[in-house]
Design a protein around this ligand. Structure first.
Ligand SMILES: NC(=O)c1ccc[n+]([C@@H]2O[C@H](COP(=O)([O-])OP(=O)(O)OC[C@H]3O[C@@H](n4cnc5c(N)ncnc54)[C@H](O)[C@@H]3O)[C@@H](O)[C@H]2O)c1
Length: 612
């Protein structure tokens, strides 16, 4: 028999506390909601009513249910109001001394059998527990933001937490409609340990002007299907809270440099730019607490570069002023290669109305690519996305060739041959001889330096990366990779062309992994390390990221789909280029690849796919 909770206390009604009050009250539990002052209490009440009113407006909560929910909540200043609750959960700022003082006080105020819980994201639950005379009744109950929406709760047990308390809290989580994972007391638990290195890295990319905030966020949303980009997520979490979490993880988690808060974070916190709660963080919001982003001085102008009528002029060194440059007119596109990516890209261009010249190594390859494009377009017809006439027109726009000579009059070349530097360099040298002046020469490489290919030609200003994602017809993102020699006009042309393909083009510098892979693969590698350290299981880690952070797949599901060999190769590149010790490939990943466990394609990776 687990304990029945009829009333709980929540201390601190900020970003998390107000949401946690809502979760309990929604599930029929009386809540005593406590703040430090009248003004803070008013803000906390406004957080709660704002959220429940939005739920009513969206049709997710009936008005009567909202009124009943609010009727279960008693608001109070000071801890004395918590004298008879069964459980208290605190959500005050992430400072150990503050939490320890609070727990000592709660221990004094609350009835002896009450469970005392912390919502800390990174502090030691053990250190908090020893501030009380009942450490066996102290536990971590880590909700995710926004608490009413995210399904996951991490239940953190210390070495002294009693088994009964853990069982009671697990049963309570189920009653709240949450999925719980129970873990031991380690900095960042599962989800934050995997999330915050990634968030900090994204801030670093932004701080170093590697890409704009919009492009970093769009890349992760569209390239990985995440519910929000990392900088928007930082704003939701709160930059002060994020700073404290990173700082604690750095100190507790082995001084991994990737958790040392990026200097910009501290500056923003000092300047009062805390994210949504203060109305301004990486983005600007309609008002404090509002989720609505409004334009500010960093918002890009919405005027698309004109696609027609422009001439291509050269401006020496690549610059960030692509928005000021005019794109070249592109009507005819050459695509070199016959693999999966080339095939998808041919379809994308032909479908968007471009005249396409496909160059492969021979008639046999061309026939194969033709069949693949036709099959894919046919699927579009069957699914009602394309008419038969459109399919025939798209196929009719493709010219098949086995010689680069046929690229003499194209306006843009997209190279998508095998991922080998020597092969690509030779190809770019040939393109330089064949193509007319002013043509944009693009590569779809996902790991080689674009500048190496640019320097294989006499026209490095015209060379750019166009990194499509697989499958190209379905994935909405293209990374436009600008080298230090790429001209603003070339970037503008790449942006204009991406837009006509119906893709979002994000511009980034020529660094290993561009935006998406640089941010994604270290996180996947960290998940492997966590598994290797036996902190949690593949299932729980996958659950944590899906239910705690809204990821479409957990890290092990994704690794099995991507291929462990591919992941290892990308991770090695990142490590070699940046020499970041934390990027060193996890030994377990290397061993699985050596053993031939490459993921779905070999039937076994982190999971066995041969058994259903
Ligand atoms: N923000 C997130 O996304 C997130 C997610 C999960 C867990 N957490 C954790 O939740 C906790 C709270 O974070 P937050 O982002 O909600 O912070 P917040 O700054 O939004 O809110 C903290 C609230 O605590 C109140 N407070 C401060 N001292 C108090 C005291 N002595 N007594 C009562 N109330 C007090 C403040 O007035 C404020 O309203 C932290 O431990 C954090 O790590 C945060």
């Amino acid at each position: 028999m687990t304990r029945e909770f009829t009333s709980v206390g929540v201390v601190g009604l900020g970003t998390m506390g107000a949401g946690i009050v809502e979760v309990f009250a929604r599930n029929g539990i009386d809540v005593v909601a406590v703040e430090i002052s009248d003004a803070a209490l008013d803000r906390g009440r406004a957080n709660l009513t704002g959220s429940t009113d939005r739920a009513v407006a969206r049709g997710k909560l009936a008005e009567a249910d909202r009124d009943a929910l609010l009727g279960r909540v008693t608001f109070a200043v000071g801890l004395d109001a918590l004298h008879s609750v069964d459980l208290v959960i605190e959500a005050v700022p992430e400072h150990l001394d503050l939490k320890q003082r609070l727990f000592a006080e709660l221990d004094r105020v609350c009835q002896p059998e009450a469970i005392l819980a912390t919502n800390t994201s990174s502090l030691s639950v053990t250190e908090i527990s020893v501030a009380t005379a009942r450490p066996n009744q102290v536990v971590g109950i880590h909700f995710f933001n926004p608490a009413p929406v995210m399904k996951l709760v991490e239940v953190v047990r210390t070495v002294v937490t009693s088994a009964d308390v853990v069982a009671d809290v697990e049963a309570l989580c189920k009653r709240l409609g949450k999925v719980d994972v129970t873990i031991s007391d380690r900095a960042g638990f599962i989800a934050n340990a995997l999330l915050f290195g990634y968030l900090n890295h994204a801030v670093d990319l932004f701080e170093s002007r590697y890409a704009t905030r919009e492009d970093i966020d769009a890349a992760m949303k569209l390239g990985c299907g995440l519910p929000m980009g990392p900088l928007a997520l930082m704003d939701l979490i709160g930059l002060d809270t994020a700073y404290e979490i990173l700082d604690t993880m750095y100190r507790r988690g082995g001084r991994d440099r990737r958790h040392a808060p990026v200097p910009l974070l501290k500056q923003m916190v000092t300047a009062g730019l805390l994210g949504r709660k203060s109305g301004r963080g990486f983005y600007t919001y309609e008002r404090p607490g509002s989720p609505k982003v409004v334009p500010d001085e960093q918002t890009p102008t919405t005027t698309e570069p004109a696609v027609t009528g422009a001439t291509l002029t050269k401006v020496g060194i690549g610059s960030a002023r692509s928005e000021l440059a005019s794109p070249a007119v592109v009507t005819k596109v050459g695509i070199v290669g016959s693999g999966t990516m080339a095939t998808g890209i041919i379809e994308v261009f032909a479908n968007a109305g471009y005249e396409v010249v496909s160059v492969t190594r021979g008639a046999e390859q061309s026939a194969k690519v033709f069949e693949a494009v036709r099959t894919s377009l046919n699927k579009g017809v069957v699914r009602g996305r394309l008419s038969e006439a459109d399919r025939d027109a798209a196929l009719g726009r493709i010219n098949w060739s086995a010689t680069l000579d046929h690229l003499a009059d194209v306006d843009l070349v997209v190279e998508s041959v095998v991922e080998e530097l020597s092969v690509k360099k030779a190809l770019f040298a040939s393109l330089d001889e064949t193509c007319k002046p002013g043509v944009v020469l693009a590569t779809t490489t996902s790991s080689l330096p674009v500048i190496e290919l640019a320097m294989a030609t006499q026209r490095p200003a015209d060379v750019v990366g166009l990194h499509f994602f697989n499958p190209a017809p379905a994935m909405p993102l293209v990374e436009i990779v600008r080298t230090i020699r790429t001209s603003a006009e070339t970037v503008a042309t790449a942006q204009a062309v991406s837009a006509t393909l119906g893709k979002t083009g994000v511009v980034c510098g020529d660094r290993s992994g561009f935006i998406v892979n640089a941010l994604l693969f270290p996180y996947l590698n960290d998940a492997v390390r966590m598994l290797e350290a036996s902190y949690s299981t593949t299932d729980d880690i996958d659950h944590a990221m899906k239910l705690g952070c809204g990821y479409p797949m957990g890290p092990f599901e994704l690794l099995d789909v991507v291929g462990l060999d591919v992941a290892l190769a990308i991770q090695r590149e990142l490590y070699l280029e940046l020499r970041e010790p934390g990027f060193a490939p996890a030994p377990l990943l290397e061993h699985l690849v050596t053993a031939g466990y490459l993921g779905r394609k070999t039937g076994r990776g982190f999971r066995d796919h041969t058994r259903r």
